[in-house]
Ligand binder design. Structure first.
Ligand code: SAM
Length: 258
């Protein structure tokens, strides 16, 4: 029976095999890899992944699609978690996770942050997302789309945009251009903020008023930032600061008891 695409679950099914081939080539799975697919839908990626793997785990919110997958595959080959991915505890799956998915675009940011919290357990992530979101993820200081997403994700991952995917590769076609992104968690040697919370807070505050001078934005909350010692001009705006400068700023605020 034909599945009617559900808008509330962001369902746009891939129908172009050259794209699914391209994604599987980019992931390049080995038979025993721990691969987790988010939102398998009608199996466009699931089947070619299963061909390369002994076992695949999928997470699908749509009850009908999960039931369909259960009918088509044995649990030895495919483990199905029928759930909202935002409620799934990825620590249960163990280390070296390779997470893949043509993601529902309506939850992309919360999902990227949900996974960021378990990045230590992740080997890599390959996602289809709205191209505009990927442009924000890879943006550099001074770019118009540099913002909270760029800083928070670049502090934790090496991020590479791989290729674009036009709307006609999906049924139904989305209204936006999509693209594929590869994210590899940075190792233990990365620059780490002393407090993740202070880092999150300062980045969120700074980009809450991105056109204003940081000194003004933070005036009430943190009036005594040692700008000079941090090597940041006190006339800077959030959009000019590098990830390392944000971490330095967060550390200074944390040390000052913020
Ligand atoms: N992978 C399929 C493909 O490429 O054709 C489907 C992609 S479709 C854009 C997104 C998939 O994610 C759908 O199967 C949808 O039901 C599922 N989905 C949406 N929201 C979800 C959520 N919160 N948790 C888990 N799966 C979700």
């Amino acid at each position: 029976m034909k599945h009617q695409a559900r808008k509330r679950f962001g369902q746009h099914f891939l129908v172009d095999q050259s794209i699914t081939d391209g994604i599987v080539r980019a992931v390049n799975p080995r038979r025993t890899d721990l691969v987790i697919e988010i939102g398998p839908g009608l199996s466009a990626l699931t089947l070619p992944l299963l061909e390369k793997l002994d076992h695949l785990r999928v997470i699908e919110i749509d009850r009908d699609l999960a039931a369909r997958l259960r009918r088509q595959h044995t649990p030895e080959r495919l483990s199905i978690t029928e759930a909202d991915v935002l409620q799934v505890d990825f620590t249960e799956f163990g280390p070296r996770q390779r997470i893949v998915g043509n993601l529902p675009y309506n939850i992309s940011s919360p999902l990227l942050f949900h996974l960021r919290a378990v990045a230590d357990l992740v080997y890599d992530q390959h996602f289809m997302l709205q191209r505009e979101v990927i442009d924000r993820m890879v943006a550099q200081p001074g770019d118009s789309d540099y913002g909270r997403l760029s800083v928070m994700l670049q502090a934790r991952y090496d991020i590479e945009k791989l290729f674009d995917v036009p709307p006609e590769c999906f049924d139904p076609p989305p209204r936006v251009v999509s693209a594929i992104v590869r994210m590899i968690p940075l190792g233990a040697e990365r620059l780490k903020p002393k407090s993740e919370l202070a880092f999150e807070q300062v980045v969120a505050r700074a980009f809450g008023q991105r056109r204003k001078m940081l000194r003004r934005v933070l005036a009430d909350w943190a009036p005594d930032v040692p700008w000079e010692a941090l090597g940041i001009a006190d006339t800077s705006r959030a959009e000019a600061l590098s990830v390392a400068q944000f971490i330095g700023l967060a550390d200074a605020l944390y040390a000052a008891g913020r």
